[in-house]
Write a protein that binds this ligand. Structure first.
Ligand SMILES: Cc1cc2nc3c(=O)[nH]c(=O)nc-3n(C[C@H](O)[C@H](O)[C@H](O)COP(=O)(O)OP(=O)(O)OC[C@H]3O[C@@H](n4cnc5c(N)ncnc54)[C@H](O)[C@@H]3O)c2cc1C
Length: 446
């Protein structure tokens, strides 16, 4: 240990600080290829007091701090920077309170998302935000990235379930934002500001989140189409008919092929796209609205439904088997989803790049995954050119660069295209108010 890390270790209970280089390396990356900087050490926080002590030490010595949940991020947000300490919140896993009466839970940041959902279901409730990574990501990471997920089309993103936060600021002060009521408008919406701030404004050490009644009967439909456009048209039809789906997911041929090669799902050669839709009540109307489908499967039991949705949840791992992945995340108004998907196909063909696309189609949130050679340290030029064209097309269609993964390090070079100089200046001003020494996740997100 150096003098600096020894001072940190002295400020914390035994065993909280790790400096073994191999161990530190294992905390330095998220799920991107972004090369990490060299960290001084890792703090395994187990309480708010540990976080307070870490931030006081970091302020005193002006050491950058990179907050970290499970490291499943896809934007380089939790990637270590040179000379930093990685502050892992993964051991703060208590569900401090779960109130069925008020339909809220108070949780620590290291709680795995699906664990909170399971705890809520014991009371007939659910925690709605469900990123595909919900079995491996943490609530703290979900809050910091404002994660979306499969059920967002009906229940909204993480911000829509966040009522209040406990946050440790850069100088170690503790801030409580928001409330535990369903309504409340006192002061500025600081909870909303912290959600999605990617660890640049403060470290979330607890959250009061909203739970919802778990629906009793869910109908699930999986429909195969011989064209992506027909699948996208079915999305519009299902929404327009007022089916209020709680899930509306689209996968293209490349994605389905990767899943089939891995799990043998019996993919037909003519299938170009699959739509998976779920709603409360009957499946008949949604199935009928998939009129152009070549095949429609309707689940009659919860087990069958889980199997159909399980196909979608395999998508990311299936693509990782093809090579390294640049997982992108544009979001467009739902009405122009067919144009966005067609553009992605054209870009892939023009640059000879493999792009496998899945979409939270009900939200217009499209994930084109650019697959490239495993041997390369980072994506080759043609992948960046193709990605650049996809981002610009999304913005031209009235969309955004990132629907749910965040900016991190990966998207920073395109940020100005969307925000413009006035917003950029205000972002920097807000950052200075919360973190005048620029020690919280410096260089990320803004
Ligand atoms: C297979 C797979 C599927 C995925 N599917 C989805 C999806 O459907 N929807 C979606 O939105 N994302 C998805 N993701 C991306 C990722 O899971 C989410 O971004 C998730 O919210 C990250 O959580 P984490 O705990 O891993 O956070 P990390 O990756 O550890 O950190 C993410 C960011 O949050 C910050 N942070 C973490 N904890 C805190 C804290 N307590 N206080 C302050 N800042 C903090 C970090 O500094 C970093 O900037 C997927 C990833 C994978 C690998």
């Amino acid at each position: 240990m150096t003098e600096l890390t020894s001072a940190l270790a002295a400020a914390l209970p035994d065993g909280r600080v790790l400096t073994d280089p191999d161990v530190v390396d294992s905390y330095a990356r998220d799920r991107t290829f972004v090369p990490p900087g060299r960290a001084l050490g890792v703090v395994l926080a187990q309480s708010r007091d540990d976080v307070v002590a870490t931030m006081r030490w970091a302020s005193e010595h002006r050491v950058p701090v990179v907050p970290r949940g499970a490291g499943t991020g896809l934007a380089g947000g939790a990637t270590a920077v040179d000379g930093c300490v990685v502050l892992s919140l993964a051991r703060m896993t208590a569900i401090r309170e779960l109130s069925p009466q008020d339909e809220i839970a108070v949780v620590e940041p290291g709680v795995i998302t699906a664990d909170l959902d399971r705890a809520a279901r014991e009371h007939g409730l659910m925690y709605a935000p469900d990123p595909s990574s919900y079995e491996i990501s943490t609530i703290g990471g979900n809050l910091a990235t404002n994660a979306g997920g499969l059920r967002c089309v009906k229940y909204g993103v993480t911000r829509d379930s966040a009522l209040g936060l406990e946050v440790v600021l850069a100088d170690g002060r503790v801030l409580n934002t928001g409330r535990r009521t369903m309504k409340g408008v006192t002061g500025y919406d600081l909870t909303g500001l912290f959600v999605g701030s990617e660890g640049t404004l403060g470290v979330i050490t607890a959250a009061t989140v909203r739970l919802r009644r778990a629906p009793r009967e869910m109908a699930t439909v999986a429909a195969e189409f011989t064209s992506l456009r027909d699948a996208a048209a079915a999305v519009s039809a299902i929404v327009a008919a007022g089916c209020q789906p709680s899930m509306l997911e689209l996968m293209d041929r490349t994605t389905l092929q990767a899943i089939d090669d891995w799990k043998n799902i019996g993919l037909e050669p003519s299938t170009r796209a699959m739509l998976i839709a779920q709603a409360e009540g009957s499946a008949d109307e949604m199935a009928a609205l998939c009129g152009a489908a070549s095949f429609v499967a309707v689940s009659s039991t919860p087990e069958e439904a889980a199997e159909l949705i399980g196909i979608r949840r395999l998508a990311y791992q299936a693509k990782e088997r093809l090579g390294q992945c640049l997982v992108e995340d544009v979001c467009v108004p739902r009405s122009v989803l067919p144009e966005m998907i067609t553009t992605i196909e054209e870009v892939a063909a023009r640059h000879g790049v493999m792009i496998a696309t899945v979409a939270h189609a009900g939200d217009g949130n499209v994930h084109p995954v650019f697959v490239f050679d495993r041997g390369l340290a980072e994506p080759p030029e043609e992948v960046w050119t193709a990605a650049d064209e996809v981002f610009r097309a999304a913005l031209d269609l009235g969309g955004t660069l990132t629907g749910e993964h965040g900016v991190g390090l990966l998207k920073k070079r395109w940020l100005g295209l969307e925000t413009g100089p006035v917003a950029a200046e205000l972002h920097q001003g807000i950052k200075r108010v919360f973190d005048p020494l620029n020690i919280l996740n410096p260089g990320k997100a803004i």
